[in-house]
Ligand binder design. Structure first.
Ligand code: HEC
Ligand code: HEC
Ligand code: HEC
Ligand code: HEC
Ligand code: HEC
Length: 476
């Protein structure tokens, strides 16, 4: 066993003796300076209120600075190795290593150099980091790199959750969640830097479970009752005939007496499923836990038996998968905007032409902007010259609105097109509820997951031009 004394003599003394060279001293200074900046950053992010949310800090503080730290250590060793080899080859190795003492002028000189160099390095590394952080906040840096988040970012800014920071839903609380997110985020940022990442980016189950995120703000047992949903649509005829639909959705929940009801009450915590694709769109196996403790398995007829070793528990995200990033369909977005007045329903065949222009494939948002605008103008100028003469501002405004629908939903650079990120909340645009409620998932006992329309909603009015109901309700 090494004693403290022999440790000092056999290791510490030769270390300082050989280490007293320019390269090792510089390495020592770099290591200490980067360590000081790193520790400072950690203290700020733990004691301060979370520090900056800039994700690129990860690259700086989790990759670059630790890299500089290690490089400093390597320099120390390289310096020692070179000096030792030199002394060995010139036969200058002393038989006795000098004592490490503050009174020794040689040791003092080395110490002075380290202190001065550390201070200088500290200023260089510190200013470098500060400027790096400032640079990463600039539009030019984000424009060049953050574009991979453009689809989610755009949709997020028009969602109900626009004020909520990304990490509320994307990072589980606690150390494990933080570390997981840091490791993942740094890895992803690296993939962006080397231009090697999936396009489009899919959620792929990387979002933490609802209990770690959504339920910090939402009460899973709230009784939400029935909700009246009014929607407008426009036909492809010359006058863009407008009709309305009224649906009463039975959202339900958990009332004061503990009665579960409606859509929310039917699933909470008691449904498990297995999906065979990364996007959870194909669900061949569903298990329901019954109140008596037994379970019922529903299996899609005709589907090959899936591996049920790791079922997912259905939580809020099972239906509200687009809570913060909902992309519309071309038809849905156009109907909504036309109901608000632009694109203008006073222009003949606007709905038909607009939809065709929106659904055309363009190589970039810039190209879409130019071609949608020129396409609409050309249509009216050539087919309806009198309309073109009389309603030029409406045509230009309508073109602008079509462009806006396009750039809010379609991102050619990320391969995000119509329907890339389906919304699971309904069933008209993608399978949604019908992933299970398609009337094709049946248990051994012959029970089928319901497909009865009225269990989920009452379609009170279906595409009527002027429903009396809306007039009675004062909603028209
Ligand atoms: C209210 C919660 C919430 C907030 C806030 C939120 N997200 Fe999401 N995000 C989700 C959910 C839920 C999913 C999809 C999960 C699934 O389908 O399994 C998702 C998916 C994603 C995806 C994967 C691709 C996709 O579209 O499915 C990206 C990238 C993403 N979010 C980025 C962001 C960014 C950037 C922000 C902040 C600007 C943000 N999110 C804010 C809940 C949120
Ligand atoms: C930090 C708090 C917070 C978190 C976390 C959060 N929400 Fe919300 N959510 C809100 C608030 C506040 C509103 C109401 C916004 C409004 O009324 O404009 C809301 C509204 C909603 C709505 C109704 C409006 C809509 O867009 O349909 C749904 C559904 C919803 N949240 C689901 C979720 C889901 C699912 C998650 C988890 C992925 C989640 N929320 C996470 C705060 C939060
Ligand atoms: C089985 C599917 C499903 C699950 C699971 C689910 N929801 Fe919903 N939720 C819906 C539907 C459908 C609506 C009505 C959609 C609409 O408003 O267009 C809704 C509406 C809502 C609303 C808005 C109510 C309003 O008045 O607009 C909130 C908030 C909400 N859900 C929160 C949650 C939370 C939180 C969870 C998890 C505890 C959850 N939901 C789980 C299907 C679901
Ligand atoms: C992962 C599969 C799955 C998905 C997706 C799903 N459900 Fe369900 N749902 C079930 C199962 C299983 C039951 C229980 C069936 C039973 O007990 O017979 C159920 C029951 C219900 C019930 C109660 C039916 C009754 O007879 O009382 C309603 C209402 C309902 N779901 C609405 C929805 C809505 C709305 C959506 C989409 C937003 C949806 N579900 C999505 C699996 C699913
Ligand atoms: C498992 C529950 C469920 C079943 C069963 C179901 N639906 Fe739906 N349906 C929904 C939900 C949820 C929405 C979305 C409502 C919204 O836009 O918020 C929806 C939306 C719709 C819409 C669009 C309404 C609008 O105003 O845009 C139509 C039409 C519709 N359903 C028809 C039907 C018909 C017809 C059946 C019976 C064959 C049926 N649905 C069965 C849950 C269900």
């Amino acid at each position: 066993m090494l004693k403290a004394g022999s440790l000092r003599e056999n290791w510490l003394r030769p270390f300082f003796f050989y280490g007293n060279n320019w390269l090792s001293l510089l390495g020592g200074a770099i290591t200490t300076a980067s360590a000081m900046v790193l520790v400072g950053f950690w203290v700020v992010s733990v004691v301060g209120h979370g520090g900056s949310s800039n994700p690129y800090l990860g690259i700086l503080f989790d990759l670059l600075l630790p890299g500089v730290f290690v490089a400093g250590l390597v320099l120390i060793l390289v310096g020692i190795f070179i000096r030792r080899s030199f002394l060995l080859s010139t036969d200058q190795v002393p038989s006795f290593f000098p004592e490490v003492s503050i009174h020794d002028p040689v040791f003092r000189r080395g110490l002075d150099i380290v202190v001065v160099a550390t201070l200088m390095n500290f200023i260089i590394v510190g200013v470098g980091c500060y400027r790096g952080v400032a640079y990463m906040d600039t539009v030019s840096f984000c424009g060049a790199t953050c574009h991979v988040m453009a689809p989610e970012n755009a949709a997020y800014h028009v969602s109900s959750h626009a004020g909520i920071v990304c990490t509320e839903c994307h990072v589980a609380p606690g150390t494990a969640g933080y570390v997981h997110a840091k490791v993942n985020g740094t890895k992803q940022l690296f993939m962006v830097l080397v231009d090697h990442y999936p396009k489009p980016i899919m959620a792929d189950h990387k979002v933490p479970v609802a209990s770690a995120t959504c339920l910090h703000c939402h009460n899973p047992n709230a009784e939400l009752g029935d909700k009246l949903v009014v929607s407008q649509s426009f036909a492809d005829d010359a006058t863009n005939t407008q009709t309305s639909s009224v649906t009463v959705l039975h959202i339900g929940g958990d009332d004061a007496l503990g009665h579960l009801s409606g859509i929310h009450g039917a699933h909470s915590g008691k449904i498990e499923y297995v999906a065979t694709d990364a996007d959870d769109q194909t669900i061949p196996w569903v298990r329901k836990s019954n109140p008596d403790g037994s379970t019922t398995d529903f299996i899609a007829s005709g589907a090959p038996a899936p591996n049920i070793a790791h079922p997912q528990v259905m939580d809020c995200i099972g239906c509200h998968n687009r809570a913060a990033h909902s992309f519309d369909t071309a038809q849905g977005a156009l109907d909504k905007m036309m109901a608000q007045g632009s694109p203008s329903a006073t222009l003949p065949f606007l709905h038909k032409e607009g939809l065709a222009l929106l659904k055309t494939k363009y190589d970039s948002q810039g190209e879409a902007k130019a071609r949608i605008t020129s396409g609409l103008i050309t249509f009216y100028r050539s087919q309806y010259p009198s309309v073109w003469d009389a309603q030029r501002p409406q045509i230009q405004n309508s073109a602008n609105s079509l462009v806006r629908i396009y750039i809010d939903n379609i991102f050619p650079a990320m391969n995000v097109g119509w329907g890339t990120h389906p919304n699971n909340i309904g069933h008209t645009d993608s399978a949604g509820c019908f992933r299970c409620h398609d009337g094709n998932h049946t248990s051994k006992a012959g029970k089928t997951i319901t497909n009865d329309c009225s269990v989920c909603h009452n379609l009170v009015v279906s595409n009527e031009p002027h429903p009396k109901l809306l007039t009675d309700l004062g909603m028209h």
